[in-house]
Design a protein around this ligand. Sequence first.
Ligand code: DMJ
Length: 462
Amino acid sequence: MLLRFSFLFLMVFFFGCQDAPAPEEKAESTVVDEFAKEKQLMAETVKAEFLHAWNGYKKYAWGMDGLKPLSKTGANWYEHSLLMTPIDAYDTMLLMDLDEEAKECKKLIIETLDLDVDMEVQFFEIVIRLLGGLISAHQMDGDPQFLELAKDLGDRLLPAFDSPTGLPYRMVNLKTGAVRDHLSNPAEIGTVQLEFAVLSKLTGDDKYRAKADKAMEVLYSKRSPETNLVGTVIDVEKGSWENTDSHISGMIDSYYEYLLKMAILFEDESYREKYDISIAAVNKYLLDKTDDGWWYSHVDMNTGERIRTQFGALDAFMPAMLALGGDLETAKQVQESCFKMWKDHKIEPEQYDYSKNEVLSGVYFLRPENLESAAYLFHYTGDRKYYEMGETMFNSIVKYCKTDEGYAEIKDIRTMEKQDDMQSFFLAETMKYAYLLFSDQKQLDFKNTIFNTEAHPMQKTW
Ligand code: DMJ
């Protein structure tokens, strides 16, 4: 789409130099012109709002993991800061050409990030936010110091895979390598492959990818032989399912995403086959085509029987993934439902019962998935409807979540009361996908880029 508009611009310019345009050409060029201007304006607005949020972090939470936008303080996830917000935000700054901010952010990371801390961290979150962020920082700005940090972090995280099955434990100590928590889930096990595989490519050391690939193989082999679906909780020591609820929501979602993204980035047929088989099962058992739209429900992984008609903010990643995987028709139908869920409530709920039209959890964590899906669909179809969906969503985030010095989550979208948190993925993902939807950015070549689940671009440089 972006290309199509640039092409139209060139055409307009070229013919403009030759002859006076025919009336219909003139009309079309005016429309294109207007839309280009509108997009540019929106991109500038996103940039300004990103800065507003970053400046709040700078003022009240500098050096810490995140901003508490209502109490105007900062907070860390663990005992020591891991610079969650700066690392998550850095590549968005590069993308937006925010040179000054990127410079100070980089200085903070390079000079103060301390990974040699006797502290237990959540393996998956640290992989997608920090390892992903450090890798993309290195790839986008070229500084080898980021790769050194990524390698150091990768080495400290590797002991997580040392379970009897090869499935990673949920928690790992960055200094001692001690592991804990044997009850994990497909998302936390199957959403680390991109980062470890790219780290292997960049360092020339296969050990990272080998561990991550093995975990994915084992997880995939645990799918139900009856349905090909996975459940919600798996014991990484025994390899047995502890909760057989199957869905596309949190705790499973990005497992499917990484099957596909590994297949694309590494042109890996075995990952593609796993993705195709899994998504066929998801569409066979979970997809629920109702009068109110197409939704994904919860079923039992072994029988395929429906347990709940529950959908939510996290499930809204699905249209983006389906579009990336080539199934635009299902993606379009599901995006209609995702947008309806957003529009009907002014902002989407975290959990929603689509058969009863009932909000089950009204919290809004500043999540990106719905906007991300609109951006993907606009990219693939060029249909302005998706641009407008994204615009509506972005405007409502500004309207309801903006505070005087940052952005805050919504405690309950039924009252629009705010709560005191601004997750780092708001700067890594929500703002980035909004910017990608509206801008004509030139930094990334989409042909060779796959976004990790935290929206950190992983570029195929090999
Ligand atoms: C992010 O950390 C990632 O997108 C993850 O896959 C799901 N949750 C959040 C955003 O909602």
